[in-house]
Ligand binder design. Structure first.
Ligand SMILES: [Ca+2]
Ligand SMILES: [Ca+2]
Length: 496
C-alpha cells in the first residue's frame, strides 16, 4: 500500500522513501565556520564535524528540485491593520526597551478569523517573470525592499532579481559547495529556506536552512543528512553576502534524506520559526523514528514547528512551551511542513503539511498560540492514518484537507494570505497549491471555524498554466504573491 515513490518525481515529497543515507559523496562537511553559536541539537545524536568545523569542499551543487524555503512572512503591517500594502513596521509583539526586534513571548490572537466572502475573487492570470531558473524553491523579499526579489535555488544559490521584470541583479549567496543538494527533481534536500531579520538591513542577518552530509553516532545510529539553520550577514555591497559571517543556530540529524521541511519565517513576535519534517522514510517509522512516531516525540526536533530566539539559540525562546524536552518545539505532529507562512496582517500561521498516501492538508493556528498537536502520524488530514479508528483527543484538525485521488494531486504546497493592493477582491484569501501533475492553485478564506473554499480551483477556473510543477509560493514587500515551479517564477496578477 505504501509505495516507494520514484525519486524522479517531485511527487516523492508525499510518498515514502526508504533510501537512507548514501547519497554519494558531494558536499563537504559544511564550513559553517566560526562562532559556534550554540547549536543545541536535539537528541538526534552527535553532530558531524562538531560546531563550526571547516569542512570539505567539493559538493554536488546539483540542479534538482525539492526543498522548500523560508519567507519573511512575519512582521509586517500593524496589528490588524487593514492592508499590508507595502509597509513593514514589524514587531508588534515586541516591547523590549533598547531592542524592539528581540524575540519575545507572543501575544495570543484575540480575534481569530475573518468573514467568508460573498463572492469568489476576480479572474487571475500568471505573469511569467522567468522560465530559465534552476530549481527555484522559494521567493521572498527583504523588509521594506520593493525593488528586489530573492529567489532560492535548491542547489545552494540565492539570486537577486528585479521585482518588475525578473532580470538578474546578482547572486546574493552561493553555498552550493558546502551544502549537500539533490540532483534530481524529486530530491528534498539542499538549500531549503531563507528569512531576513525583521530589522534588516539595520540588523544585517539573513537566515538559511540547508542540508549537509550526515554522520554515524558512536552508538551506530546513521543519519543520512544533517540540517543546519545558520545566519549570514550582508557585506558592504547590498547585493552580496559576507561568506565569512556564518553562525550556526541549530543543527540536527536526518535519518533519511526525505521530509526535511526547511521553511524559515519570522512571526510578529520576532522569533524565527523553522519547519522540521518527521525525518523521512514512510509512516514515520524505521531507523531514527521513535515508537509512536517522531511527530509525537517531544524530545526530538523532527516532525515539529520549531521556534528559536535568533539572538540566543542555546536556550528555550521566550514563550515556548515549557514541557517539551527539546526546547525549541512550538508545535508538533507534522509530517513535512514544506511551507508555512504568517498572515502579515493578523499574524495567524498557515501550515501546508504534506500528506503520505491519501490526504493533503492545511492547518491554521491563531497568532501566538502554540503547543498545537497537528496529529501526525496518528492522523493524515482529518482522518485516522491507515484507516480504522484513533484517539483524536487533543489533536488540532486541519482547516482544510483534500484527497489525492481524482485530480493528480499529492503534495500540498503551502502559500500566503493575500494582503497586497493590486487585487482588492483577493484580500484575505489564502492561496496555496499542489505540486502534483494537476498543477493546481487553490484558495480559501479561513473564518476561524471552517475554510470557505472556492468551488473550483483557481488554476482551472482561470486557465492558469505553469511550465512545471509548483515548488513554492512567495510574497514581495508589497504583499503581492508569486509562484515558483521547477524552472519558473510567476507573479499572480488580476486578469484584464
Ligand atoms: Ca529527512
Ligand atoms: Ca495533521
Amino acid at each position: 500500500m505504501y509505495v516507494v515513490a520514484a525519486l524522479t518525481l517531485i511527487a516523492s515529497c508525499s510518498g515514502d522513501d526508504s533510501s537512507s543515507g548514501s547519497d554519494a559523496g558531494s558536499g563537504g562537511a559544511s564550513g559553517a565556520g566560526s562562532g559556534a553559536n550554540g547549536g543545541s541539537s536535539g537528541d538526534t545524536g552527535g553532530s558531524s564535524g562538531a560546531n563550526g568545523g571547516d569542512g570539505g569542499s567539493s559538493g554536488a551543487a546539483g540542479a534538482g528540485a525539492g526543498g522548500d524555503g523560508g519567507s519573511s512572512g512575519g512582521g509586517t503591517g500593524g496589528d490588524g491593520a487593514a492592508d499590508g500594502g507595502g509597509e513593514l513596521d514589524s514587531g508588534t509583539d515586541s516591547g523590549v526597551p533598547g531592542n524592539e526586534f528581540a524575540c519575545v513571548a507572543p501575544t495570543p490572537s484575540t480575534d481569530f478569523g475573518a468573514e467568508c466572502p460573498a463572492e469568489d475573487p476576480v479572474t487571475l492570470k500568471l505573469t511569467p517573470l522567468r522560465t530559465d531558473l534552476n530549481v527555484p524553491i522559494f521567493v521572498t523579499h527583504a523588509p521594506d525592499d520593493e525593488s528586489r526579489l530573492f529567489v532560492v535555488q535548491r542547489g545552494g544559490q540565492i539570486l537577486i532579481l528585479d521585482r518588475e521584470d525578473g532580470a538578474t541583479i546578482g547572486t546574493f549567496l552561493d553555498i552550493g559547495s558546502q551544502a549537500t543538494t539533490g540532483t534530481n527533481e524529486g530530491h528534498e534536500y539542499g538549500l531549503l529556506g531563507l528569512a531576513f531579520h525583521p530589522n534588516y538591513p539595520e540588523d544585517p542577518r539573513i537566515f538559511v536552512n540547508y542540508t549537509i552530509d550526515g554522520y554515524t553516532t558512536d552508538d551506530g545510529d546513521e543519519y543520512s543528512l544533517e540540517t543546519l539553520v545558520t545566519s549570514f550577514e550582508v557585506s558592504d555591497d547590498p547585493n552580496v553576502i559576507d561568506m565569512s559571517s556564518e553562525q550556526i543556530l541549530v543543527r540536527f540529524g536526518q535519518p533519511q534524506e526525505n521530509h526535511n521541511g526547511g521553511m524559515l519565517a519570522f512571526g510578529k513576535d520576532n522569533c524565527l520559526y523553522v519547519g522540521a519534517g518527521d525525518g523521512g522514510n514512510g509512516n514515520d517509522t524505521g531507523p531514527g523514528h521513535s515508537a509512536g512516531g517522531n511527530g509525537q516525540d517531544l524530545s526530538k526536533p523532527l516532525g515539529k514547528i520549531l521556534r528559536i530566539d535568533q539572538d540566543d539559540p542555546s536556550v528555550r525562546a521566550p514563550g515556548n512551551p515549557t514541557d517539551p524536552e527539546y526546547e525549541h518545539i512550538w508545535d508538533y505532529g507534522v509530517r513535512n511542513p514544506w511551507r508555512f507562512s504568517f498572515d502579515r496582517d493578523t499574524g495567524d500561521m498557515y501550515i501546508g503539511d504534506v500528506g503520505q498516501d491519501e490526504i493533503e492538508e492545511v492547518s491554521v493556528a491563531p497568532r501566538g498560540v502554540g503547543n498545537n498537536n497537528f496529529g501526525w502520524p496518528i492522523m493524515e488530514g482529518a482522518s485516522c492514518f491507515g484507516g480504522g479508528g484513533c484517539d483524536m483527543d487533543g489533536l488540532v484538525l486541519p482547516a482544510y484537507d483534500y484527497p489525492h485521488a481524482a485530480n493528480s494531486e499529492n503534495c500540498v504546497i503551502g502559500g500566503y494570505v493575500y494582503r497586497g493592493s493590486a487585487i482588492p477582491s483577493l484580500h484575505g484569501w489564502y492561496l496555496y497549491g499542489d505540486s502534483g501533475t494537476g498543477r493546481r492553485i487553490r484558495a480559501f478564506v479561513w473564518d476561524g471555524e471552517a475554510a470557505c473554499d472556492t468551488a473550483v480551483p483557481l488554476s482551472e477556473r482561470d486557465g492558469l498554466t505553469l511550465n512545471g510543477r509548483i515548488t513554492s509560493f512567495g510574497e514581495d514587500a508589497a504583499g503581492e504573491l508569486y509562484v515558483t515551479t521547477a524552472a519558473g517564477l510567476y507573479r499572480i496578477d488580476q486578469a484584464e
